[in-house]
Design a protein around this ligand. Structure first.
Ligand code: ATP
Ligand code: MG
Length: 570
């Protein structure tokens, strides 16, 4: 690739909306351009990196026995109605109608389409196990598209699905995918961790997210440095124990001006964990009160799972006022009519609690669970915090941040049942196929690689996914230098390297700046000083080290370096 013929519009400044470094650098290095919110064009450099990631994906998935397919983006609504997701997917699903008023959506994921295919084609146990994947554009009308391609509304995903005879087979497929993902992200040169993830109403620990560790990550992860346990905070179990209560009688107290937990806690001179927060939610259309100790945060994922709800939403002010007959901020369980009450396990049988009195500026003290109010269900409802006990070994957990680049999920029979995907066993008996699904955000993986590998000058590509391995930079663009550069270009390319040649008639400084911004692992500088001795300067982007190498040895020298790096990573 020659710069003079290339399309690499680099920029000095990042766009104002770019919040994270990967977004800034992808725009500045000429990898992407924005068309609309969450919708991006991939320019040649961006596409090259994406293709390299895709190549690694294909190699490792094929190696694991999976086969590539390509499913339609345009999905008929009736298929999504059969699984119930036409209704529950909500606004993230982009829906449209054809000229005959038939409804369709643009696939945000493909369980429906693939399961329907398998239901039609697979008949016998002999056809199983089966593992199919595709690399395709997905559409999700994200409520908050941001961070460039990291959270787009149109983005490239690798999605795969496994089909097995039984649980044992499904578990094996799952394990094979965990192994394949581990090889994939290692080969991309990423520092990552597979963490236990929420698997919704299905339960069990059969969902793992692959997290690239980065301070800018949207996900919080609990990590145990002692036993290696790691989980998404959404999933991480908490077992709170409140100190024995001091008891007391139920008493309604006027508490003017005391709204927040801190204010109420100060008012009563009691520790915050005695102030119980009662949060009102609407779960699948029904009001629910969730109670947790005042010093903790509510975990909405845990609440949703406890209620077995499809959708939960914090009740708006008007609803809260209606339900509690008071201003917002005074909800409590005592005398709260027509509302299901669920509570964190730590509140069971507890006394001496301070709760809202469903009356503006009033609280109850001395409230006792099981006596002054009744809870319909107890569960772990709080968000794990730094220092909480590890569920594996009781050591203190720490909280880290990560970017979810991949997700593996044991689906069970959720989709095969509703789409009638069955097989006949050896004796002709019919069984439902057991499924797993496996996703990787391709663009998000590229962005995550930049989050982990950059400095103030630009990107520092891990060699296996670099758009080009080396950028040849002539210090002068005269005939003599260019002839040497052309020769070098050809010999490097023949050695199997991906080569760029900055043949623009620009100052060397401009070329160096662009090379650092784009992040080529090596620069091969061809200048008068080295040429006197028949040598070029080879400079590593990562270490900054410079080596003088004879021109006729440059190809094999660099090829060895690059091969070594690919192998040490892979
Ligand atoms: P998130 O919690 O980040 O919204 P998700 O749970 O909705 O992710 P999955 O449905 O599991 O994501 O999708 C599989 C993979 O696709 C994710 O691990 C992520 O890498 C990628 N992905 C999901 N949503 C987006 C998006 N809006 N833009 C880019 N990549 C995405
Ligand atoms: Mg999502």
């Amino acid at each position: 690739m020659r710069f003079s013929r290339g399309f690499f519009p680099t920029l000095k400044e990042a766009p104002a909306e770019a919040e994270v470094v990967s977004h800034k650098l992808m725009v500045r290095s000429g990898m992407i351009r924005r068309l609309a919110a969450g919708v991006y064009t991939l320019l040649p450099l961006g596409l090259r990196v994406q293709r390299k990631v895709e190549q690694i994906l294909r190699e490792e998935l094929n190696r694991s026995g999976a086969q590539e397919v390509f499913l339609p983006t345009l999905n008929p609504a009736e298929l999504w109605r059969k699984t119930g997701r036409w209704e529950i997917y909500g606004k993230e699903l982009i829906r449209l109608k054809d000229r005959h008023e038939r409804e369709f959506c643009l696939g945000p994921t493909h369980e429906e389409v693939i399961t329907d295919l398998v239901a039609r084609e697979v008949r016998s146990y002999r056809d199983l196990p089966l593992n199919l994947y595709q690399i395709q554009t997905k559409f999700r009308d994200e409520i908050r598209p941001r961070f460039g391609v990291m959270r787009g509304r149109e983005f490239t995903m690798k999605d795969g699905y496994s089909f097995d005879r039984d649980e044992t087979g499904a578990e094996q497929s799952y394990e094979e995918m965990v192994q394949a993902y581990t090889r994939i992200f290692r080969r991309c040169g990423l520092k990552f961790s597979a963490v236990e993830a929420d698997s919704g109403a299905i339960g069990g620990s059969f969902s793992h997210e692959f997290m690239v560790m980065a301070d800018t990550g949207e996900e919080a992860i609990t990590v145990c440095n002692s036993c290696g346990y790691a989980a998404n905070v959404e999933k991480s179990p908490v077992s709170l124990k409140l100190p024995e209560n001091e008891g007391g009688e139920l008493e309604k107290v006027h508490t003017p001006g005391a709204h927040s937990i801190e204010e109420v806690s100060e008012f009563f001179s009691l520790p915050p964990y005695r102030m119980v927060k009662t949060l009102l939610y609407i779960a699948d259309g029904e009001p629910v009160a969730a109670m947790i100790p005042g010093h903790r945060e509510l975990n909405e994922t845990k609440l949703k799972n406890t209620l077995d709800a499809v959708d939960i939403e914090l009740a708006d002010a008007e609803t809260v006022e209606q339900l509690t007959n008071s201003e917002v901020g005074f909800a409590g369980p005592v005398g709260l009519l027509g509302v299901q009450i669920v509570a964190d396990t730590s509140i069971e049988n507890c006394g001496g609690l301070v709760v809202g009195a469903n009356q503006t500026d009033y609280h109850y003290t001395g409230a006792r669970e099981g006596c002054d109010f009744t809870v319909s269900k107890f569960a772990d409802l709080t968000v794990a915090q730094e220092g909480d006990a590890c569920p594996g070994c009781e050591a203190g957990l720490s909280i880290k941040r990560g970017i979810e680049v991949g997700h593996v999920f044991k689906l069970g029979c959720k989709y095969s049942e509703s789409l009638d995907a069955t097989y006949q066993d050896e004796s002709g008996e019919t069984h439902t196929i057991v499924m797993g699904c496996y996703g990787i955000g391709v663009g998000r993986t590229v962005a995550a690689a930049i989050e982990q590998n950059h400095d103030e000058d630009g990107i520092i590509w891990p060699t296996p996914i670099a758009p080009y391995h080396v950028d040849i930079i002539p210090v002068r663009v005269d005939d003599e230098t260019m002839e040497i550069c052309d020769g070098l270009y050809n010999s490097l390319e023949s050695a199997g390297l991906d080569v760029a040649l900055d043949d623009r008639d620009e100052r060397p400084g401009v070329k160096f700046k662009d090379a650092d911004l784009i992040g080529f692992p090596y620069k091969a500088v061809v200048g008068p000083r080295g040429l006197k001795e028949g040598k070029i300067e080879l400079k590593s982007r990562k270490t900054g080290e410079t080596l003088l190498v004879a021109i006729n040895e440059a190809a094999s020298f660099l090829n060895n370096l690059v091969t070594e790096e690919m192998e040490s990573i892979g």
